[in-house]
Design a protein around this ligand. Structure first.
Ligand code: CA
Length: 484
């Protein structure tokens, strides 16, 4: 088998070829750009086939209609534009099948310009990223586009703008383009990767894919990291940055289908009702959420706080909501750079966006049973409130369980609104109706409730004085504090 594999490899290497495109350099399709994780390795198309174009938006020309074309080595295009070396510069790069004219690009430009007057460059390479071409061709083309991005940024050195003060934001294949550009430049300040493409990149050499050496700060948002084979997850799940954010575990996002069959059905329905965009909204639902999260984060009052944790499972169980030092936690999205020292994999939860925003505040809720108490069986729900909001009713248990004396049940819960100082806690007990639990107590005996706000790190304790809560009953605790 191994010798067969070696023979197969040898044949392919023998068919390797190289293309050179003037000042962009030469590109070959042999290893490391070919291998078991990239069995089909195309040569990139010529620059005139890909048709890459760079456009500038600033506060003076903020819309798609007013965007101005910038061309490397063409001072006339710069002097005719609103480009200014005194502003921060950033760039947005789209992925496979998209273009710089997609709605999400304009939404992101709007938010970036709302935050500050910047040179926002959008990259158009849609002709090299078409659905009618092949995915492996688009993958190959990212190398040429990356070289063109590096060429433009190098040329901007004439205007005192360099990689050292440049931030590239790339979605999917656009994140991999940012990696190539950063690798070439060697001094890029920041790359934000929005669900960086997985197929043909995972498992490849760092030269072939985005990695932390491509910029001084690489922050990654993972939203569709389930495996491509079997579940059609389009983004990588592997940590590839200085800091990697895994909202909702980074695999399936709230409001999106989490299995292939329902995804395929929804894609068909979307195609029939809303054409290609409708199909894509279903097929790539989780993959596109990275765009929404980042765009919202630019001016969001809610901080998208993210916490280091061993796993999302542990995070959900309430074990990781502490930020012991200023570099322990980070913020997903635009403000990640403000937490430069925070490194590694970070977890957070979001809403499904149905109320117009995804960001949420995290709370660790702990409910402690009295000791001793009659053994009960069922579920415990908690709602709490403060001066600025009240949460939904949230289950602290998982399913109907045997509730034991002296035991603390805990969970991480989220609220779209910040509650402020917690002043009231409502606890409800729902007794198990299972025949197996027929002899369990009719009530649950509560000792205390503790709430820790993840964002402020403030803690609140409510002593319940061994209150018995009957099936279906809700009790309210109002006095925070005390020794219990
Ligand atoms: Ca790299």
């Amino acid at each position: 088998m191994l010798s067969l594999l070696a023979f197969f490899f040898a044949c392919h290497v023998a068919h390797g070829a190289e293309v050179c495109y003037m000042n962009l350099g030469c590109f070959s399709n042999i290893a490391p750009f070919w291998g078991l994780n990239r069995p089909l390795s195309a040569l990139p198309d010529a620059p005139d086939v890909i048709g890459t174009k760079f456009y500038l938006n600033t506060r003076a020309n903020p819309t798609m209609a007013l965007r101005e074309r910038l061309v490397s080595n063409s001072p006339a295009t710069f002097s005719a534009s609103h480009f200014s070396s005194s502003r921060p510069s950033m760039m947005i790069i789209h992925g496979f099948t998209h273009s710089a004219q997609h709605d999400w690009v304009q939404r992101m430009v709007d938010e970036l310009l709302k935050k500050e007057d910047a040179n926002v460059v959008t990259v158009e390479w849609s002709e090299g990223a078409t659905l009618t071409g092949s995915y492996e061709q688009a993958v190959a083309n990212t190398r040429v586009v990356g070289a063109q991005v590096a060429e433009l940024i190098t040329y901007m050195g004439n205007y005192e703008v360099s990689g050292q003060n440049f931030h590239i934001i790339g979605h999917s294949l656009g994140a991999q383009i940012a990696g190539y550009a950063g690798d070439t430049l060697g001094n890029l300040a920041r790359i934000t990767a929005l669900d960086a493409a997985e197929p043909y990149f995972d498992g490849m050499d760092a030269v072939v894919r985005l990695d932390p050496t491509d910029a001084r700060f690489v922050d990654v948002i993972h939203t569709d990291g389930s495996p491509f084979i079997g579940t059609l997850g389009m983004g990588t799940n592997l940590p590839i940055g200085h800091v990697d954010f895994y909202p909702n575990n980074g695999m399936y996002q709230p409001g999106c289908n989490d299995n292939v069959v329902s995804t395929v059905v929804a894609t068909g329905v979307g195609l029939l009702t809303d054409g290609y965009d409708g199909a894509e909204a279903a097929l790539a639902c989780s993959h596109l959420k990275a765009l929404d999260f980042f765009t919202e984060s630019i001016n969001s009052e809610c901080p998208f706080t993210a916490y280091p944790c061993e796993s999302f499972e542990k995070f959900k169980q309430g074990f990781c909501l502490s930020c012991p030092s200023s570099s322990s936690c980070s913020q997903m999205g635009a403000r990640a750079r403000d937490h430069y020292g925070a490194r590694g994999s970070m977890y957070l939860m979001t809403t499904d966006g149905s109320n117009g925003k995804y960001c949420a505040y995290h709370y660790k809720v702990q409910v402690t049973s009295s000791n001793p108490m009659a053994q009960a069986a069922g579920r415990i729900y908690v709602t709490f409130q403060g001066p600025t909001g009240i949460t939904d009713s949230m289950e602290v248990t998982d399913d109907n369980i045997q509730l034991q004396g002296g035991v603390t049940y805990q969970k991480t819960v989220i609220s779209p609104e910040e509650i402020g100082d917690v002043t009231r806690v409502h606890v409800r007990f729902a007794r198990s109706s299972s025949l197996w639990d027929i002899f369990a107590a009719q009530y649950y005996t509560l000792n205390k409730v503790t709430i820790t706000a993840g964002e402020s790190q403030d803690g609140y304790r409510f002593c319940a004085g061994d209150t018995q809560i009957r099936n279906g009953e809700t009790i309210t605790l109002t006095a925070a504090g005390g020794n219990c």
